[in-house]
Write a protein of this length. Structure first.
Length: 235
């Protein structure tokens, strides 16, 4: 990414107790862009990215529930012609993390599409598998990966346990174990080069979560990304 010399400070306004960010950035490759977080209805909010001519090039919708101390991200999307070029998805994710920190939220939950799980994993989101179907899909994916026989063996053992048990608590326990297995599997994939990573896709989406504790552990990463995007913000 091109180095940016001047940093732009986020502006904050408070609406019904929720802090909302606005931000103006100067991107060498895009020119001036504007980011705005706005309230839609009830607990629903949106982050929008606009070019200087008003074209919306990125958006993210999320629910913010202060009483439950959590955010739920509904979807994140960038204009197709801008994808893979300007890291706009990363910028949207950074803004949503600023929202999390400024509003003192401890938990950020999402349902990730299969094609986006590694994107979210890059920014600290971990598997949070609670649905039995998601558990079974992930175990099937990992068990069929002959490149990682140790993970495949563990997944096959868990599949066998699922077939042998029918009690709800045992099934939920295997969901939690599958979340840990999936995380370790993704860590292994992350160590590969980009071309090799493509050989380990997930075929179904699943729930993921990011905790405030995890954000603080990775604050050096996030602070570096803020600076790379020209944002004057530090966790």
């Amino acid at each position: 990414m091109v180095k940016i010399n001047s940093l732009s400070k986020p502006l904050w306004k408070t609406l019904s107790g929720v802090k909302l960010c606005s931000l103006k950035l100067e991107k060498p490759e895009l020119g001036k862009i504007r980011a705005e977080v706005s309230h839609l209805k009830d607990y629903n909010y949106a982050i929008n990215l606009f070019t200087s001519n008003g074209t919306r090039i990125g958006k993210e919708f999320f629910g913010l529930y202060p009483d439950e101390n959590r955010i739920f991200g509904f979807n994140i999307e960038t204009l197709k012609s801008f994808r893979g070029k300007f890291r706009l998805g990363e910028l949207l994710r950074l803004i949503s993390i600023m929202e999390m920190i400024e509003n003192k939220i401890n938990l950020f939950q999402i349902f990730s599409k299969d094609t986006a799980v590694y994107f979210h994993f890059r920014y600290g989101f971990k598997p949070d598998i609670r649905q039995f179907a998601h558990r079974d899909n992930n175990l099937e994916t990992i068990s069929n990966d002959s490149r990682f026989p140790d993970f495949a063996q563990t997944a096959n053992a868990l599949i066998k346990k699922v077939r042998e048990h029918s009690g709800g608590e045992e099934m939920r326990k295997i969901c939690r174990i599958t979340s840990v297995l999936t995380e370790e599997y993704m860590k292994r994939v992350k160590q590969l080069n980009p071309q090799e990573q493509k050989l380990h896709p997930f075929t179904f989406g699943f729930d993921m979560k990011l905790t405030k504790e995890d954000v603080l552990k990775e604050k050096d990463l996030f602070n570096r990304l803020f600076k790379n995007h020209g944002i004057d913000y530090t966790i």
